[in-house]
Design a protein around this ligand. Structure first.
Ligand code: GLY
Length: 366
């Protein structure tokens, strides 16, 4: 069992990583439960697999579980579903002192966290992430949001959970493609500031993607420690430190927009291709070597992830992709900051990137 603190003044919390923790949820969650009840929000896929073990352990301990099952998929992160969820909570008599539990992947975590931030001006919530991506990224750090007509995650709040319970064993039933997509965010932590962890990924990705429990637990723990450390330094992405977590996301955002945020290219896959492009672009600007960029691309390819425009099946012109980037929510004062690499494990925020040069680079990239 590993307990990782997120050290924030006034709203810090712990993240538990423990195989089998879902079956002992009551023991870990009971201190956060008020009114002897919890409101569990989940989706149809996760409900079929993990709702029953969670509910039965909580109910054995005298905690009443009131559950709401939403449709699985990105369309659930909408105003309409937020309204439906908050209406349901109010109909059920939820009070500000109650606690919501988000049992699911990033969609459920983001929606539930946002609902918790506005219900009766704010109640508490707990994250129980059930996808690798949610375990290593979205459940940690308090970014909550829904999508709007203008784009993804544009309506939301920073709202830290009270506790995060991560059970690597729940990944046993995750579809291969989702596991791989989540793995891209694991690799990201090595590329950002931890070259030895990237080497570990190179040596152990086969085991991890084969769902070896020790490899999964190690990778999740290292990723969560890395993210918790960065979030503690820059909770609201003000100093540029937290922005490091967006490595691959600016290029990736353009690829996702080009593919219509469809299942043709899911978020983690776009981030994978985006990270390879970010390193190749860094090499073009002379920040890192072509050898480093090729090594990043090779590892992502070996992990079965998109690692280039071709492998992401994106054929758009550089100009068109740059147009997509202009709608990125990271745009500030007409400037788009890019995460680039001086080397594997040494990334930095560049705010002097010429978008015409990015377009020319993308036109030449394969
Ligand atoms: N996923 C990036 C962040 O949480 O800041």
């Amino acid at each position: 069992m590993t307990l990782i603190p997120v050290n924030l003044a006034g709203n810090g919390y712990d993240i538990l990583v423990e195989s089998g923790a879902l079956n002992n949820a009551a023991q870990h969650l009971k201190d956060h439960v008020k009114n002897d009840r919890v409101f569990v929000v989940t989706d149809t896929n996760v409900s079929a697999k993990w709702r029953q073990p969670l509910e039965s352990d909580l109910e054995k301990s005298g905690i009443k579980v009131i559950s709401h099952v939403l449709p699985a998929g990105e369309q659930t992160k909408s105003w309409a579903v937020l309204e439906q969820l908050t209406d349901w909570l109010l109909d059920e008599g939820a009070e500000r002192s109650d606690i919501l539990i988000a049992l699911g992947g990033g969609v459920i975590g983001d929606l539930t966290g946002f609902a918790a931030s506005i219900l009766k001006r704010g109640c508490n919530f707990i994250q129980i992430p059930t996808s690798l991506l949610a375990q290593v990224d979205s459940s940690v750090g308090g970014k909550t949001a829904i999508n709007s007509r203008a784009g993804k995650n544009l309506i939301g709040r920073f709202n830290q959970p009270r506790f995060v319970l991560i059970d690597p064993l729940v990944l046993g039933t995750l579809p291969d493609r989702e596991l791989r997509a989540g793995y891209a965010e694991v690799v990201k932590y090595g590329l950002i500031n931890n070259a030895p962890f990237f080497e570990w990924c190179e040596e152990n990705s086969d085991k991890l993607l084969g769902r070896d429990p020790d490899a999964l637990s190690y990778a999740i723990t290292e990723s969560v420690k890395a993210k918790a450390g960065i979030v503690a330094e820059d909770e609201k992405e003000l100093s540029g430190r937290r922005a490091l977590l967006n490595l691959g996301h600016t290029f990736g955002h353009a690829l996702e927009a080009e593919t219509g945020y469809s299942s043709d290219l899911v978020h983690g896959e776009a981030v994978a291709a985006g990270m390879a492009l970010a390193f190749h672009y860094s090499a073009r600007r002379g920040h890192c070597t072509e050898t480093d960029a090729a090594r990043v691309e090779r590892h992502l390819a070996q992990a079965g992830l998109p690692h280039s425009l071709d492998s992401a099946s994106v054929k758009a012109s550089g100009e068109r992709l740059v147009q997509h980037m202009l709608h990125d929510k990271k745009m500030t004062g007409g400037n788009l900051p890019f995460l680039l690499g001086n080397a594997i494990g040494e990334t930095f925020l560049a705010d002097d990137v010429d978008l015409e040069d990015v377009a020319a680079f993308l036109d030449q990239a394969e």
